[in-house]
Design a protein around this ligand. Structure first.
Ligand code: AG3
Length: 281
């Protein structure tokens, strides 16, 4: 019997693949094509427009890196905004922080929330509560994050962008105009973080996003982390508003989280970057 695989192709023919047993869900929404596969060794695999979003076994390698460094660098994150992240993994990690009073997730594609709720073992109970409006500290808004950020009267301590790649439909989320509205909607002290693509294979997109963020935020940091299922190392960009040092985190608060991948006691190791990238940044 022939073996089946799902392979995500990156530029220049670089592939990241999983052996799969079968495809268990497939739909085309107004925004994108959603697919879910059962893999051999990593649980279920969520694909949007042919790109890997997560595998159930290992998704924390992304969600921990996206959420906890900024949450632990902020002295008291109470209000958090997540843009994208319809599978719920990012919001799940945000809500583990006891300081959080309210976290809002703005996801453009209801289809991603539904498919994740029905088929994925990532955050289905949380998604169920959000859909029923029964999560006391969380809110789900189905809508366009760009527009939401421009129009909202709310202010945030931390803004987290959990989007698809800086190519295609999510491109606007990596523009100077978007960074300006994020900066405006942060409290006097605040942190912004976005995933910014594969260090090796999207280096130009990473540089473009970094330069645009530099024009807007008081300080900009970059870091990389190995993510299971992506062409690693993966890059993340952090924009700082006001008096916060992203080089330091609250290790004590971090201990209580019992993390698996991101190690707050080794926060400094995040800032490792291949030299050619650092030279360009
Ligand atoms: N957000 C997507 C990260 C980008 C993945 N890119 C890729 N495979 N080319 C992940 C959603 C998880 N909450």
């Amino acid at each position: 019997e022939k073996e089946r695989a799902f392979i995500e192709w990156y530029p220049r023919g670089y592939g990241v693949g999983f052996k799969v047993k079968q495809r268990i869900f497939e739909t085309q929404t107004e925004y994108q094509r959603i697919e879910i596969y059962e893999t051999e060794g990593f649980g279920k695999l969520l694909i949007l427009d042919g790109t890997v979003q997560l595998v159930e076994i290992g998704e924390e390698s992304y969600h921990e890196a996206l959420v906890h460094p900024v949450m632990l660098a902020h002295p008291n994150p109470r209000r958090v905004l997540v843009i994208g992240g319809g599978d719920g993994g990012t919001l799940r990690e945000v809500l583990r922080h006891k300081t959080v009073e309210k976290a809002t997730m703005v996801e453009i594609d209801e289809g991603v929330v539904e498919a994740s709720y029905l088929y994925l073992d990532v955050a289905s109970e949380l998604l169920d509560r959000l859909i029923k409006k029964e999560e006391p500290r969380g809110e789900l808004i189905i809508g366009d994050g760009v527009r939401y950020l421009k129009e909202t009267d709310e202010r945030f301590d931390v803004i987290i962008v959990d989007s698809t790649d800086p190519v295609g439909p999510a491109k606007l989320l990596f523009s100077e105009g978007f960074y300006r509205s994020a900066y405006e909607k942060l409290n006097e002290r605040g942190l912004y973080i976005t995933q910014a693509g594969s260090v090796y294979l999207f280096t130009n997109e990473l540089l473009d996003a970094y330069r645009a963020m530099k024009k807007v935020f008081d300080r900009v940091y970059y870091f990389s982390f190995p993510v299971i299922g992506y062409a690693s190392p993966w890059s993340f960009l952090v924009g700082v508003k006001g008096d916060i040092d992203f080089g330091k985190v609250d290790v004590e608060r971090g201990r209580g989280l019992e993390l698996y991948y991101y190690d707050p006691e080794r926060h400094g190791t995040l800032f490792q970057m291949p030299k050619y990238v650092r030279d360009l940044l």
